[in-house]
Design a protein around this ligand. Structure first.
Ligand code: ATP
Ligand code: MG
Length: 201
């Protein structure tokens, strides 16, 4: 049985918090691989994303290029529309019957877990690996017991970085160097994404 961690997100842009979360979950939960799955349109998020689907995908591909055990899948982008995790997991399980899947989620997603589309079904098909984010206190004790018992908690160093703040910094001409991998930083600057046209400082 191959154990796969699913790292779902908008990755708008991908940053070191995502990468350290994936690496920590993989090490602590003895996963064989982590598959990054950029969402098309996330159900619980408002506002249009900053970068296009293709650009978000390419940033993830560039960010994980040096880690053999990480992959990026365009399954939700190809499906289009609202990206429900249950649809993704059902099709991954059909394609890979010999794999087991665990969803990797930060504090904010732990807290909204009960609101996920068809969560009871999803929780029968996957387990969850929870990681804490410094901006949000995880409150798994508020979740129904049948969900809480499906979450394994893993440790990671606190990384107080979110894509929202990175987008704001870029729009304000502030530097995000080292908060994203060098290759991602170079892509953003080269294309002027997120309004990053000015000299940053
Ligand atoms: P945004 O601000 O646009 O929502 P984000 O930084 O929250 O971006 P997402 O793409 O929404 O990034 O998150 C994907 C997954 O990564 C979620 O499960 C989220 O909780 C987790 N995650 C994101 N940043 C961190 C971080 N700094 N530490 C731990 N987990 C994180
Ligand atoms: Mg988020």
């Amino acid at each position: 049985m191959i154990k796969v961690g699913i790292m779902g997100g908008t990755f708008d842009p991908i940053h070191i918090g995502h990468l350290i979360a994936a690496e920590s979950a993989m090490a602590e939960c003895r996963l064989d691989e982590v598959w990054f799955i950029p969402t098309s349109s996330p159900p619980l998020k408002s506002g249009a994303p900053g970068a296009s689907e293709n650009d978000r995908y390419e940033m993830v591909a560039a960010a994980i290029a040096n880690q053999d055990r990480f992959r990026v899948l365009d399954i939700e982008l190809r499906r289009g529309g609202t990206s429900y995790s249950i649809d993704t997991v059902q099709s991954l399980r059909e394609q890979h019957p010999d794999h087991s899947f665990a969803y990797i989620i930060g504090s904010d997603r732990i807290n909204d877990l009960a609101k996920w589309h068809r969560i009871e079904e999803l929780a029968e098909l996957v387990t969850f690996i929870g990681l804490s984010r410094p901006e949000t206190t995880a409150t798994p004790e508020l979740l129904p017991e049948e969900l809480r018992c499906r979450i394994t908690f893993a440790e990671m160093p606190a990384i107080g970085i979110s894509s929202t703040v990175l987008r704001e910094r870029l729009a304000a001409g502030k530097s995000i160097r080292y908060r994203v991998p060098d290759a991602v930083y170079a892509m953003i600057r080269r294309h002027g994404w997120y309004g990053s046209t000015r000299d940053d400082r």
